[in-house]
Design a protein around this ligand. Structure first.
Ligand code: ADQ
Length: 461
């Protein structure tokens, strides 16, 4: 039988219980492997003095293949090039990007080393699915070793507009890497178009009549494969005892005030300071809401050793303190800012009692929190999703109140309307949101990508 081999930066050997507390990529990858079984290969999360051979571990039908990184590999490949060059550039934050040749060379060297480790155990019929920006060169490195298997790549973050992408000093080489795959998938049609435009303009590529991209000797399938959530799973979590307990505890502290919720990794792409400013504007422009609405912002710590993230944390803490100091009262704290992770069940409980899910990234590949918020609602008394137009989710979900998070005043007005929205409109929007999320759930994402990787087109068996 054909094996599926998944490659991602971080591999966490997951028991079914642990999957329940993991986020986006991990849940998606696990869903992709759980059904058919297969191999999950990547970094173990360990940084060691001298990395030894890869380790094997097994859990259920999945074999994990774990590689350690040395300190200098970790600093150049992960902390350096991935998180300080690719991540900011692809999220349009050129002001935060650092381009260092040494980081780039380590990034390529780690991809080469890991590809060599995988090539040793590949069988000719294996299908290989590589994930995300840490591993863009991985496929070309496999090709250099003579691997002729079907290899696909999925980018979880946006592919930026060509005029932003070409700022990367190594844009050409990385784009050629993306062309070494049989299938290169993006979250949305816009990201796909931006990559194709770049490939035509800068690499002399062209589109074949069937939509394939042809660049020199390479011919590949490119397309949008929007990732989603497991809707039933989130609904079950929202109905669990753990969710109810957490929701009750939070609810009791709110004292009948409406809840606005924000949940993200603490990352500058998520627009958290802008969100706080919009909430502050709401309270200033519509003083009736003072004392009757609370924003709970839950931010999971992320990349804490990167200076830009430490700076963001200080900014968010300062803003929350300022809003509470200027607008709060002894009996009411407008913003509750929490810097920790919660279990996915507890989050589902919080989503369910929130009148508004405020999902306002400045840029986001997709954003799974939007889908989780929708799935956790009670369809009879649903809350309202306020969603940034710059999240991939805005191209997929129908029925959200769409905002430009840079426009503080209009976002505040949208929040005002969302809080005051009549129940009929809430139900109607929620029904549309749920059915569009179901049409793009995680199973659909996996199936469509794996069919494309097998060389099949939509509608073909
Ligand atoms: P992320 O940038 O991590 O993912 P997102 O899609 O929102 O963003 O996924 C985050 C996940 O972490 C969600 O499942 C959420 O519930 C969870 N999470 C966030 N804060 C948490 C907290 N405080 N406690 C516990 N869990 C928390 C990247 C891309 C996205 C893309 C995904 C999947 O940046 O655009 O949607 O990959 O492709």
């Amino acid at each position: 039988m054909r094996r599926l081999v998944i490659v991602s930066n971080r591999v966490a050997p997951l028991t079914p219980r642990k999957v329940a507390s993991a986020g986006g990529l991990a849940v998606g990858v696990h869903a992709a492997l759980a059904e058919s079984g297969g191999i999950w290969f990547g970094w173990s999360g360990q940084v060691v003095a001298a990395p030894g051979p890869v380790r094997h571990q097994r859990a259920g039908s999945i074999s994990y293949l774990l590689a350690d990184l040395s300190e200098s590999e970790h600093a150049g490949y992960y902390g350096g090039f991935s998180n300080r060059a690719l991540w900011p550039t692809f999220h349009y934050r050129l002001d935060l990007a650092t381009f260092e040749r040494a980081h780039y060379e380590t990034y390529r060297a780690v991809n080469r080393r890991l590809a060599g480790e995988l090539a040793r155990i590949l069988r000719p019929t294996d299908h290989v699915w590589v994930h995300d920006y840490h591993l863009i060169p991985f496929g070309r490195e496999l090709r250099r070793l003579g691997v002729a298997n079907r290899i696909g790549f999925f980018l979880h973050i946006p592919f930026p507009a060509p005029e932003v992408y070409i700022v990367l000093p190594w844009h050409r080489s990385l784009a050629e890497d993306l062309c070494a795959y049989d299938v290169t998938g993006f979250q949305t049609a816009s990201h796909t178009r931006q990559f194709v435009d770049y490939a035509i303009e800068e690499l002399g590529g062209e589109l074949a009549p069937n939509g394939d991209l042809v660049v020199g000797e390479r011919r590949l399938t490119v397309g949008a494969f929007p990732i989603g959530i497991d809707v039933e799973d989130v609904q079950r979590m929202a109905a669990s005892d753990e969710a109810r307990r957490n929701a009750q505890v939070l609810s009791a502290t709110l004292q009948r005030r409406q809840l606005v919720i924000g949940v993200d990794r603490l990352d500058y792409s998520k627009g958290i300071p802008e969100r706080l400013l919009s909430f502050e504007t709401l309270l200033k422009e519509h003083p009736d809401w003072r004392g009757s609405v609370t924003l709970v912002q839950i931010s999971a710590p992320s990349r804490e050793d990167v200076p830009e993230y430490q700076q963001l944390r200080t900014t968010v803490e300062g803003l929350a303190g300022r809003i509470n100091g200027r607008l709060g009262a002894a009996e009411w704290t407008p913003v509750r800012y929490v810097n920790r992770t919660y279990s996915r069940r507890a989050l589902a409980g919080f989503y369910r009692i929130a009148a508004v899910g405020l999902v306002t990234p400045l840029r986001d590949g997709m954003n799974l929190v939007a889908g989780e918020y929708v799935a956790a609602q009670d369809p009879e008394r649903p809350g309202v999703l306020v969603l940034s137009r710059f999240a991939g989710a805005a191209e997929v979900l129908e029925g959200a109140v769409i905002v430009n998070p840079y426009d503080t005043d209009k976002t505040a007005t949208a929040l005002h309307h969302a809080l005051a929205m009549p129940i009929e409109e809430r139900r109607e929007r929620h029904a549309r949101l749920l059915s569009s999320q179901r049409a793009h759930d995680v199973h659909n994402w996996r199936d469509r990508f794996l069919r494309a990787l097998a060389g099949l087109r939509d509608g073909q068996d």
